[in-house]
Ligand binder design. Sequence first.
Ligand code: NAP
Ligand code: ZN
Length: 350
Amino acid sequence: METKNVKAYGTEAADAPLKQMNIERREATAKDIEIEILYCGVCHSDLHTARNDWGGTIYPAVPGHEIVGKITKVGSEVTKLKVGDLAAVGCMVDSCRECDSCKHDLEQYCLNGMVGTYNGPDKHLGGHTFGGYSKKVVVDEHFVLKVPSNLDLAAVAPLLCAGITTWSPLRHWKAGKGSKVAVIGLGGLGHMAIKLAKGLGAEVTLFSRTPDKKKDALELGADEVIISTDNNQMNSVKGKFDLIIDTVPYVHDVNPYVSTLNIDGTLVLVGYLGGLEPILNTVPMILGRKSVAGSVIGGIAETQELLDFCGKHNIVSEIEIIKMQDINQAYERMLKSDVHYRFVIDMASL
Ligand code: NAP
Ligand code: ZN
């Protein structure tokens, strides 16, 4: 298969900084779209993968799954978009397209395993996929999204992961007018959850460990901020919420938040992957018919729905644009919860 050499930024090992490297991309086949990447958002999952927090990272690793850019080439059978159009790619670049999940627009739950934009099995070239910290990407048109033209392109990038990951549970659990939604953690996912829940008409509360973020949260649309380390504040919202979206990336005690769910309420974990500590107490769940659930990104149709909704309601991410060479410092700031509220890489700097 024909390939081309593309400039990228990635890492050779869990404890090595990211640096410039070259990768091979396939030449566009009949169903492929080639995109010149203009901006790529920086997700906490990029950091988890670069540093092998979840195990299973294959090196060299090139992260990045909040990709926006301009189409430079399309294959002969592509109908969705054309050369010169804006386009976006999120966390998936392929799936089996045949299983029950794929047939129901739930490619993220593909029963044969979806292909992640990075660190996934590359079905075309063998080896593993490389993400958006690079100049170009080649993706099957099914996994390419249309970008609303009225939005700031750099600020659209985070919708492709932070946006859809919070949009999908908001839609699945039917957040809207009259519902009370809470968000745990004000970072990339958290700030999008506030904006989207508000956009859907819900009443929104932020749980944060960081009192300094209160003013920002209110400006982003939160109706209320609860400092999670303050017991009085936590007690004041007992039994309140229909839906809680928990974006905290590391192990943490979920029990205090379960107490703030209403009867039939659901706490959806989208951040931390792994066993819960301290253990989850079932008493409030059983006595209040409450659920603790999980959710991963969203399907392609649902991602397009989100982008269209954001176009209509003028919703984008709050971003800080960085150069590609600043990525290692950006990761350090992310570890200190010092992100306001998503880093986006200007790919012209690579
Ligand atoms: P982020 O920008 O770093 O934000 C995480 C926020 O969580 C922080 O700003 C902080 O908010 C809070 N936090 C951080 N460490 C904490 C700790 N030890 N205990 C309590 N709170 C803590 O990260 P992100 O990009 O939003 O990603 C969040 C998580 O979602 C990551 O684990 C990422 O891998 C995961 N993720 C999952 C999916 C999915 O499909 N399920 C998709 C994308 C990302 P406060 O300062 O307000 O407390
Ligand atoms: Zn992500």
